[in-house]
Design a protein around this ligand. Structure first.
Ligand SMILES: [Zn+2]
Length: 277
């Protein structure tokens, strides 16, 4: 997934995943309900921008208080903690360990139906099921890091429908302490722990691109729903106390993704609460 290049990579990604089972009627209805539920938030986000929108959220501060430092996938269904696609399985073991050690990760949570594990399985041509790969990978990381293996997150325990993604945004977090579920007013979204990927910026951007690919693909809202009028939002979250991770700087990193997709992706951002330097 590190070589996604806009629409072309979108097709490549689809080619790497199993033939979509198709979203069942009930899943489809859940996705539709979620679309409607998020519609008022997005009408304000699209018209006012995320910075203005975020400034109206009285509980925004709570989105910057991690409840734990366990690593989870960027998937919107596994919120909280430190985030890395497939727990870093596409980054490689040594780099994943370096990132997770620096992030002071305290536990490891693989999840059911992880697309990154599925892609890894295809890359290395193994018959092992992606869920088993995820569990094995998680246990290997935990052992090397010397932290507990914190358990497998089943699809039923995830905060999204089993087969579908409801995220219309990916947060590109420059603070290292962001959890969108902390604030009631923030829409669900993928989270890229950009703050912990300073040595791997291209990879961080590729995680944002994976989020786009999923949202625009057969397991997300797709290109019928995500259009230039209702674009997928890439939301940079700047650290007010660190110019290296300013909103503007992170938005610049994301711009190449916006340019690729003819308006179906919009880059925006806001700065975390706190004193600016
Ligand atoms: Zn995953």
């Amino acid at each position: 997934m590190q070589t996604h290049k806009g629409a072309r990579s979108h097709q490549e990604f689809e080619g790497c995943t199993p033939t979509p089972k198709g979203l069942g009627d009930s899943t489809h209805m859940v996705l539709e309900r979620n679309w409607e539920h998020q519609a008022p938030m997005y009408s304000r986000i699209y018209s006012r921008g995320t910075a203005d929108y975020a400034s109206t959220l009285i509980d925004l501060e709570k989105a910057f208080q991690l409840r734990d430092r366990r690593v989870r996938c960027i998937d919107e269904g596994t919120p909280g903690g430190i985030r890395l696609t497939g727990l870093g399985i596409l980054l490689g073991f040594d780099k994943a360990i370096e990132v997770l050690r620096e992030a002071k990760v305290e536990g490891v949570h693989p999840h059911e139906g992880c697309g990154a594990c599925d892609l890894h399985a295809k890359k290395v041509c193994t018959e092992t099921k992606p869920d088993e790969i995820g569990i094995e990978w998680g246990k290997k990381l935990a052992a090397e890091l010397g932290v507990p293996y914190s358990g497998f997150i089943s699809a039923d325990a995830m905060s999204r429908p089993r087969e579908g993604h409801i995220a219309r945004a990916a947060y590109y977090d420059g603070t290292g302490r962001f959890d969108c579920t902390g604030s009631l007013g923030l829409p669900p979204g993928f989270v890229v722990s950009r703050r912990h990927l300073n040595n791997h910026v291209d990879y961080a951007r590729s995680e944002a691109e994976i989020a786009i690919t999923i949202a625009l693909g057969p397991h997300g809202y797709g290109m019928e729903r995500i259009t230039d009028e209702t674009p997928f939002m890439l939301v940079a979250i700047g650290d007010p106390a660190d110019p290296m991770h300013s909103t503007e700087r992170l938005m610049d990193e994301l711009r190449p993704l916006e340019l690729k997709l003819n308006g179906a992706v919009r880059v925006d951002g806001f700065t975390a609460p706190g004193r600016r330097i």
